[in-house]
Structure formats: C-alpha cells, structure tokens
Design a protein around this ligand. Structure first.
Ligand code: ADP
Ligand code: NI
Length: 238
C-alpha cells in the first residue's frame, strides 16, 4: 500500500511538471508570435534574453522557476509603450491568458503581480518588488536595458518615437510621477540620466549587481566618447 502511494505521488509530480513545461512552451510560442514584428527595442529577442537571464539568475539565487519563467516571458505583454499608452494593463492580460491556458488562479495571480510591478516609472517613483521571483524578473529586464544592448535599444526606441539623439541645452529631469515620466518627449541622451544610469543601484540580487556593474561602465564609456566626438573643439586630438 505504501509502495502504491509513493508511486501515485511520483506520478502526480511528474504530471504537474509536464503540464508546467507544456504551459511554458505554449506561452513562449504565443509571445514569440506577438512580438515578431516589433522594432522598438521590445522585440522577441528582448523577451528571449530576459527569459534566459532570469533563468540564469534563478539558478544562482533560487525562487520558483516556473513563476519566474512565465513572468519573464509575459513581462511586456501589454506594456504602455506598446499598447497605445494604457498604464498597468499587462498584469490582467497575463492573468487571463494563463487561466485560459489551464493555469490555476493562484499561480496566475503571482505572475500578474510581477507583470504589474516590473516597469520603471521614473527616477523618484518607487518600484519595489515584494517577492524574490519579482526581483529576479525585474533584474533580468533591467540588465537588458543597460550595457551595449541597452544603448542600442535606447536609440532604437528614441528613433521610433521621434526623439532627437541629443540637444545639449535640454537637461534631464528626475521624474516624480509615472505620468510625467511617460509623457516626457526629451532627447535620448537624457534617458541615460533619467533611467539607465540609475538602474545599477536599483538591482536586487547579487548576481544581477555583478553583471550590472560591467554594463554600467560600458554606458559611462559610451557617453564619454559621445561627448568627445560631439565637441568639435577636440578635433585636433583625433
Ligand atoms: P521598462 O518596463 O522598465 O520600461 P522595458 O523592458 O519595457 O523596460 O524596456 C524599455 C526600453 O525602452 C529600454 O531599453 C529603454 O531604454 C527604452 N526606453 C524607454 N523610454 C525611453 C526613452 N524615453 N528614450 C529612449 N529609450 C527609452
Ligand atoms: Ni522588457
């Protein structure tokens, strides 16, 4: 009898694991189709990198792997930058999609909380994450906004939104509300001071902090070179 119960228990764990793997695969191919033709720096490859980075961080830091994977895949599913400007819509979209695909509501709610909280909302707007799973997904997303790829994404986003590369007299602002941050029409170099250079100190996990430090330096070096080239008085030193 004991043997039989152990077998049933093993089968249930196997069944649950398989069901979860199938759900992750289904969500992954759905998101891949949704983001295929995006060219604003929120393309499928961004989602894929965030998913893989989140798995890498989870390997070192722990946390529920399934929640982390699904939240990473769905983190930009209805981002205000892509959905016509509706703030905080993504969590509900993620929740509905998961329940439609057979996930239980408790699981879908945990993912919703992460998707709702993941975005940067302005230099002076708090964006803390309650759970380790949320911290890991936010770290992974933020690491993809900094470093060499972060620089490429910022200028891709800026170009797509008709933002100039740089206007020297137009100074950065440390936004106090999400609304003022998202409605800003500033040039892209300002975005480094309004967000990207601040991210290193807003990472949660030790694993992400280590990676973030290197990526931060890449941006500092880039800006230094950028200003050197901008300043045509320096031409004599070229
Ligand atoms: P978040 O949810 O924290 O905004 P995302 O994963 O949605 O992060 O990525 C946003 C991307 O868009 C980042 O790479 C960021 O640099 C870029 N971006 C957002 N706002 C601007 C802006 N005003 N100028 C340039 N790039 C921007
Ligand atoms: Ni993202």
């Amino acid at each position: 009898m004991l043997q039989f119960r152990a077998e049933v228990f093993k089968y249930l764990i196997w069944f649950k694991k398989n069901r979860m793997t199938a759900l992750i695969e289904r969500i992954q191919s759905y998101v891949q189709k949704q983001f295929e033709h995006e060219a604003t720096g929120h393309d499928w490859f961004h989602i894929d990198r965030v998913h893989k980075m989140a798995c890498f961080i989870q390997d070192k830091e722990g946390g529920n792997r399934e929640i982390i994977e699904i939240a990473a895949l769905l983190h930009d599913i209805s981002d205000h930058k892509l959905n016509g400007g509706i703030l905080n819509a993504g969590g509900q979209v993620a929740f509905d999609l998961l329940v439609e695909n057979g996930a239980d509501e408790k699981f879908a709610q945990q993912v919703k909380e992460i998707v709702d909280g993941v975005s940067y909302k302005g230099a002076q707007v708090p964006d803390s994450m309650r759970t380790l799973e949320g911290k890991i997904v936010q770290d992974a997303d933020r690491l993809d906004a900094i470093g060499a790829i972060g620089i490429a994404r910022a200028f891709a986003y800026g170009g797509n939104n008709n933002r100039p590369i740089y206007i020297p007299d137009n100074k950065p602002q440390l936004h106090e509300t999400f609304e003022s941050y998202v409605s800003s029409k500033s040039h892209t170099v300002n975005h480094f001071y309004e967000k990207l250079l601040l991210l290193k100190d807003r990472l949660h996990t030790e694993t992400a902090k280590k990676i973030g430090l290197h990526r931060h330096r890449i941006m500092e070096n880039f800006l230094q070179e950028f200003y050197n080239e901008w300043n045509t008085d320096n031409l004599i030193n070229e």
